[in-house]
Write a protein that binds this ligand. Structure first.
Ligand code: BGC
Length: 454
């Protein structure tokens, strides 16, 4: 028999496959764009739609995923996301017109949005609190692996000149996700919400170490169920509005740090700095992103969320300003090798810092701070905030590069990270090593947000 803890890891890994697809789909555009463009004879404005439609679909998907997961359960929502990925990836591959392709991109985006909502939420609900941070960060790890795999896959398949072949790679993980999600247990917390304690207990027994642990968890969940109003009714409570705003701001901070400027347009960034092989630099970016996320998983439950955020934000601010400065020089003269190497190094510092902090930690905190009955709604708001801000970054970064220069754009990102310190210091709680139930209780007692994790 599998040890309970190991079983939790298997469950975690399976649901984190949603993250893999998230990453694969985000990064697809980076290498496939040129081939789509020449196939459908696109102009500049149509090109931007390819990223835009996926992101808009994701924003839309995240809006209704809270409602969906409360209604049909966490597990079925994961399956729904996997179905959307699979069906509309096939749709995308078969699209004969550009509008049909965009339509499929939007619907894949819906899957991405739903997945980005449900996977961290599900993980937070099945994880024992001691490893909760690490388990949710596994989801972020899968996003970064997805991004890297797509960078590599697009690079390797570029000789085919076929965006359809590049897209068909996505069918492998989406089918695996679809099948494996069918074997996942339902979230015990959702079952309790629906009054199905027996089933919840049975599942908890298979993912916790002892019966005593299970009983105390059931007891805690039950207590909290009575404490809180239902979904939207929570909006009348100031304490809920406060965490809601925190979730929205944290996700906005994550996006306005500028990380996705690299994820979507690293090719352009390195090219404009005079790199001869921007694709290789892009793959290095992907590798650093994955490796650092591993580091974050190791330390997030040991060092804690807030110290990691401070370290990450400090490096982000410094690197964004240095990258901005080097681009400022590049605007007037050709960069020397020294500057080119420095640029690459500081870009990698930037990726390192994001992958250590804002990348995983924001998803972790957002799936921890909301009370059980308002978790769907809360995570819906914060995830939607992520996608709306992501859409803005995806759709306007190139325009900002053209209008304010790459330098001005990175200084802006650096300034946003500077503001991030205020958000972390004054509003964000440390949630390391504390049960979600205790966080809920503290929240209801109306103590300052930054202290609800104590
Ligand atoms: C963000 C994505 C980003 C990815 C990069 C995630 O946490 O939400 O927008 O592309 O990290 O690794």
């Amino acid at each position: 028999m599998i040890k309970t803890k190991n079983f939790v890891y298997i469950v975690g890994l399976t649901s984190a496959l949603a993250g893999l697809l998230f990453g694969l789909d985000i990064a697809y555009v980076n290498g496939a764009l040129n081939y789509i463009k020449s196939d459908f004879h696109l102009d500049q404005s149509q090109e931007e739609l390819i990223a835009g439609y996926l992101l808009a679909g994701a924003a839309f998907g995240s809006v209704f995923s809270g409602w969906l997961s409360r209604r049909i359960g966490r597990k079925k929502t994961l399956i729904f996301a996997a179905l959307m990925f699979t069906i509309f990836t096939v749709g995308g591959i078969l699209s004969q017109t550009f509008s049909l392709f965009l339509y499929n991109r939007f619907l894949i985006g819906v899957g991405v949005g739903v997945a980005s909502f449900i996977a961290p939420l599900y993980l937070s609900e099945i994880a024992p609190y001691k490893i909760r941070g690490g388990l949710i960060a596994t989801y972020q790890l899968m996003i970064t692996i997805g991004i890297l795999l797509m960078f590599i896959s697009n690079y390797e398949l570029s000789y085919t000149h076929s965006w359809r072949i590049m897209l068909s790679v996505l069918l492998i993980p989406s089918t695996i996700m679809l099948i494996s999600c069918m074997f996942l247990p339902e979230s015990p917390k959702w079952l309790m919400l629906k009054g199905r304690q027996d089933k919840a207990r049975k599942i908890l027994l298979s993912i916790r170490d002892s019966e005593a642990e299970v009983d105390s968890e059931i007891h805690d969940i039950k207590n909290n169920l009575h404490l809180f109003d239902h979904g939207f009714k929570l909006l009348k409570h100031p304490y809920f509005i406060k965490v809601l705003i925190l979730g929205i701001l944290l996700q906005a901070l994550q996006q306005f740090s500028g990380m996705n400027a690299f994820m979507y347009y690293s090719g352009q960034i390195f090219q404009s700095a005079g790199f001869h092989n921007p694709n290789v630099a892009t793959i290095i970016v992907g590798v650093v992103n994955v490796l650092t996320t591993l580091l974050a998983i190791k330390y997030v439950d040991k060092i804690g969320r807030k110290p990691i955020m401070y370290i990450g934000l400090t490096i982000l601010v410094i690197s964004a300003f240095v990258v901005g400065y080097i681009f400022h020089i590049a605007a007037t003269e050709e960069l020397t090798n020294f500057y080119k190497i420095s640029l690459l190094v500081f870009c990698l510092f930037f990726i390192f810092a994001f992958a250590l902090s804002l990348g995983p930690v924001v998803w972790i905190i957002c799936s921890e701070i909301f009370p059980l009955k308002g978790r769907d709604l809360g995570v819906t708001f914060s995830t939607t905030s992520n996608w709306i801000c992501n859409t803005i970054i995806g759709s306007y970064t190139l325009t900002w590069f053209a209008t304010f220069g790459v330098s001005g754009t990175f200084w802006f990102f650096g300034f946003m990270c500077l503001l991030g310190f205020i958000l972390i210091k004054y509003l964000t709680p440390e949630t390391k090593g504390i049960s979600l139930e205790t966080i809920e209780k503290n929240l209801q007692l109306n103590i300052p947000l930054r202290n609800i994790g104590k």
